[in-house]
Design a protein around this ligand. Structure first.
Ligand code: AMP
Length: 145
């Protein structure tokens, strides 16, 4: 299964924020959308960074509440790992586990076409493994579902 199969279920909407937005407004954006990370973009579907709850927590612990009025660019990660829509789901799951990040933007050419979280990926993988298990069991017992 491919990452595009995950996007078929959840859609291709990506919440982006400009690098100059202050962290306080980023918090509001994350809370309003019920998400844990946003892509930092200067516009036109570009991926200029990614910023997650974890970046906010780290910066708050290191520098205190003054961080809330700093721009998002002060805390974002600029070397973003992206995947194409045809990336294999199991590979992306491995990438996220090894690199310890829970979000990956999906990019085709230079265009941002979606974002997947570890939750989206694991949910799809479980469904995939359940279908395989049912098929194998049917094959062994001679029953077809
Ligand atoms: P997360 O687990 O997604 O909350 O992110 C943990 C850390 O990895 C944070 O510093 C994020 O800015 C960074 N991060 C999240 N997603 C990515 C990604 N796709 N590529 C590079 N860094 C990322």
């Amino acid at each position: 299964m491919r990452i595009s199969d995950v996007l078929k279920d959840k859609g291709g909407e990506v919440v982006t924020v400009p690098p100059a937005m202050i962290v306080q407004d980023l918090l509001t954006t994350l809370a309003e959308h019920g998400i844990g990370a946003a892509v930092v973009s200067t516009g036109a579907n570009s991926v200029d960074g990614i910023v997650s709850e974890r970046d906010i927590v780290r910066a708050l612990a290191a520098r205190g509440a003054g961080v809330l009025t700093e721009p998002v660019s002060a805390i974002a990660t600029t070397r973003v790992h992206t995947v194409p829509p045809d990336a294999d789901i199991a590979e992306v799951e491995r990438l996220m586990t090894e690199r310890r990040f829970r979000h990956v933007p999906v990019v085709l050419g230079n265009r941002l076409t979606g974002i997947v979280s570890i939750g989206d990926v694991v949910k799809k993988r479980i469904t995939e493994l359940e279908v395989e298990a049912t098929a194998l069991s049917g094959y062994i017992t001679g029953e077809r579902s």
